[in-house]
Design a protein around this ligand. Structure first.
Ligand SMILES: Cc1ncc(COP(=O)(O)O)c(C=O)c1O
Length: 483
């Protein structure tokens, strides 16, 4: 078997892998252009791709400068992990190949799960936002994914930030973001948090009850208040109305109370009430923008705003998108660490026999980690095979078996996927991939059983937006921000 040896800057030791492990891939389309003993890459729409006929390769050494993904200026922010180039597929594969190298060296953490975060996807979402909602300024909901690169990129692109705690505010202000670009969008805050927000200059904040007004009057009397009204969220996956939002009937009373306390109400979520006594009105249309429905949602919103607010002079509109920006930008690779036959209890559901899983796979991230989004954000995990039997090439004709996928902890609630078709030939050591893992994943992950939160490999991406991301971040850093 031919061997390929690739020298990288990170990890410092050479990566060695069998040529069969990097067999041709549909998604990266490696054309067998030449029979040579050197490995070369070309840059295309999808990023970097190998151009050799891999089956002909002998041992090969690449220097760091030859290797895609390693740039001279990849340490824009010295305090952060490196920022690589290239399509996320490449970094998923690199991570998997690296894991086999580490496993061969008996590294105890060899095959840890890892994310690949593609910042150009965040950038492309921002362009989509600007194209569809040019008059609505996004205040990124930090809670969704306070990733240090995402925050820097969005700060560099001029977004505002929706923060829900002092910790989030500190994180954002530490990047050099002006406090006027922050809304403290938590209607029920600790008094000390309100006071601290005032001290650091964050004035814009939401409320939905009279106690909060009394608190703000004491702790931050110059705050710019936004009344959060209760909306119909029955069609949302996460109904927040059970916890937050003032019923419309209570709003006039709240506005009167604010006036009595000499507080300044500058805006409202969705509906500007009659008690808004500042000429520069703020309308905050919140978050919840879904990637797949974005263009339609934006069109409906634009139409509604035009209808309800025909005269928008002195009118500022903001939104608090979270998942829209980051969900699709992060993918997770998880290793199959164990496999077994189902327990008889697993057959006690109502599913028809053909839908019952006949094999259980255990992977090294679960609902106590990145997949907490299944419990807290009502998401469904959809695994696909990243590598099987040391190959990235998975034939469409692979026979499938209904399988269940479980996390690594000792708790039986730790189920990632109850029933999904996966190749019957899948074995311990193979890798599963999960797309759309950027929203409400690591930020709420625990370390139950002392399983570490999966780390992120960052890339500027390989296609459109990659150079724009790198330039925006480099400019931001050159201004002295986020270092
Ligand atoms: C006040 C507020 N704004 C914005 C968001 C972001 O929502 P999404 O990530 O669905 O856009 C949330 C999510 O919980 C929220 O509570």
């Amino acid at each position: 078997m031919s061997q390929v040896q690739v020298h990288t800057l990170r990890p410092t030791s050479p990566l060695t892998f069998n040529v069969s492990q990097i067999s041709r891939s549909d998604s990266l389309s490696f054309p067998p252009t030449s029979r040579s003993d050197s490995l070369s890459f070309r840059q295309g729409g999808d990023g970097w791709a190998l151009v050799n006929d891999l089956s002909s390769l002998a041992t090969l050494h690449l220097t760091a400068s030859q290797l895609p993904g390693i740039d001279d200026d990849d340490d824009i922010f010295p305090s952060l992990p490196p920022l690589l180039d290239g399509h996320p597929d490449i970094h998923l594969r690199n991570g998997i190949m690296n894991a086999s190298v580490l496993a061969a060296k008996h590294d105890p953490d060899a095959e840890k799960a890892f994310f690949v975060g593609d910042l150009s996807q965040v950038y492309r979402q921002h362009l989509r936002w600007q194209a569809c909602l040019p008059d609505i300024r996004p205040f990124y909901a930090v809670k969704c994914n306070p990733d240090p690169y995402v925050l820097r990129l969005l700060a560099a692109l001029g977004a505002g930030f929706d923060c829900a705690s002092n910790g989030e505010i500190s994180q954002v202000l530490a990047l050099g973001v002006d406090p006027s670009r922050v809304i403290y969008a938590n209607p029920c805050k600790a008094t000390s948090f309100v006071r601290e927000a005032g001290r650091v200059g964050v004035d814009m904040m939401t409320f939905d009850n009279a106690d909060e007004l009394h608190k703000i009057a004491r702790a931050h009397p110059n705050a710019q208040l936004v009344v959060r009204i209760l909306t119909d969220d029955t069609k949302s996956l996460c109904a927040l109305g059970v916890k937050f939002g003032a019923p419309l009937a209570t709003v006039p009373g709240l506005l009167a109370k604010a006036k009595e306390l000499n507080l300044n109400v500058v805006g409202v979520s969705f509906h500007v009430g009659s008690g808004c006594y500042d000429p520069s009105v703020l309308l905050d249309v919140g978050g919840g923008f879904e990637d797949a429905l974005f263009e339609q949602t934006a069109a409906n919103l634009t139409e509604a705003i035009a209808f309800y607010f025909p005269d928008r002079s002195g009118f500022k509109i903001i939104a608090e998108p979270g998942r829209f920006y980051v969900a699709t930008a992060f993918r997770l690779a998880a290793n199959i660490i164990a496999r077994r036959a189902p327990l008889t209890e697993a057959h006690r559901d109502d599913a028809p026999p053909s839908d019952k899983p006949s094999v259980m796979y255990y992977i090294n991230d679960g609902v106590y980690g990145a997949f907490n989004c299944i419990l807290f954000d009502h998401q469904t995990a959809r695994p696909y095979v990243l590598s099987m039997a040391d190959s990235f090439h998975i034939a469409d004709s692979e026979p499938l078996t209904i399988s269940s996928v479980w996390g690594p902890t000792c708790d039986s609630i730790d189920c990632v996927c109850l029933a999904t078709p996966l190749p019957s030939a899948l074995r311990v050591g193979d890798w599963l991939g999960f797309d759309n893992m950027g929203a409400y994943t690591s930020c709420a992950a625990s370390q139950f059983n002392v399983f570490e939160v999966s780390k992120v490999v960052y890339t500027t991406g390989g296609g459109f937006g990659a150079s724009e991301v790198r330039s925006a971040l480099a400019r931001f850093a050159a201004e002295g921000h986020g270092l």
